[in-house]
Design a protein around this ligand. Structure first.
Ligand SMILES: [Zn+2]
Ligand SMILES: [Zn+2]
Length: 280
């Protein structure tokens, strides 16, 4: 099967790059955050990302893990950190141990099991919260937040010199601001979108939307643990962020068709912030 071409989309200062075809391959990279979401089949450019956020263990998302670790070992790249649902840490370790035996060299990697609701440090000032999603196997979405410090309102307008003096005197002049930058859902029904405030508040939400017509209707799509575009259209106005990026489109649907659906069927208030990701 020919490899799907890479797509790239710039939203809210983030470059989303990668491949996403439902059931075939999902690998999305965000260089500004030095994070990669799911392995897909590991496009060449994906080898250099040191940290990977895995949504679940289906082959189209996790299939490339062995190749990624093996290739990085041969290239002498640093030990990667892989965050994944805690339920699959054991099986993945066994799988990698078997592959390492087959290849005849030691694999270097760190698996970090994720508990839904927990926050993990994933870079300077960056955390990732695992949100439990609804799919056919244990799965999580990843919400990435950035923490910065901002000057308290009462000190605004003061000179740098005065603020420095206050600091010297032990005054606390700043407070923490946490910004939800990005959430990547992996595969899920729409239920998590409806229950997770954090997911709906992220500036950029990369949400799966597998079915785009009635050949597979809402009930059948839900049965497979996926989201139908009719559900997205019904609930899109609840999204509070700036860009809703729809990925994991089934191969049955052309990109041009999906873009037409966005133009013609999404509510006018949100249409301009809905993006279709992934080439045919
Ligand atoms: Zn999938
Ligand atoms: Zn899946």
């Amino acid at each position: 099967m020919p490899r799907p071409p890479q797509d790239e989309l710039e939203v809210c200062g983030l470059h989303l790059t990668g491949v996403s075809e439902g059931g075939v391959e999902t690998n999305i990279r965000v260089p500004e955050l030095k994070l990669m979401f799911d392995f897909g089949m590991i496009p060449k450019e994906a080898l250099t990302f040191n940290r990977v956020m895995v949504s679940h263990g289906h082959g189209d998302h996790l299939g490339g893990i062995q190749y990624y670790i093996s290739q990085r070992g041969m290239m002498n790249l640093p030990k990667p950190t892989i965050h994944l649902p805690e339920e699959i840490v054991g099986p993945v370790e066994r799988l990698l141990a078997a592959w390492s035996e087959i290849e005849g060299f030691e694999y270097h990697y760190e698996l970090r099991g994720a508990t839904p609701g927990e926050r993990y440090s994933v870079g300077r000032n960056l955390t990732a919260t695992a949100i439990r999603t609804q799919h056919r196997v244990p799965s999580v979405a990843w919400a990435i937040e950035r923490t910065t410090r901002r000057l308290d309102d009462q000190y605004r307008g003061l000179s740098g010199e005065t603020i420095a003096k206050l600091r010297e005197q032990g005054e606390k002049v700043t407070h923490e601001v946490v910004t939800p930058l990005l959430c990547v859902t992996g595969d899920t029904t729409i239920d998590t979108f409806l229950t997770s405030d954090l997911m709906r508040r992220c500036k950029v939400l990369v949400h799966e939307c597998t079915s785009w017509d009635q050949q597979r209707d809402v009930a059948s799509t839900r049965g497979y643990g996926h989201t139908h575009v009719d559900e997205m259209i019904e609930h899109a106005e609840k999204f509070e962020g700036d860009a809703l990026v729809l990925v994991h489109r089934s191969l049955r649907h052309k990109r041009s068709f999906a873009e037409q659906v966005v133009r013609e069927r999404f509510p006018a208030e949100v249409r301009d912030k809905v993006f279709v990701f992934g080439h045919d």
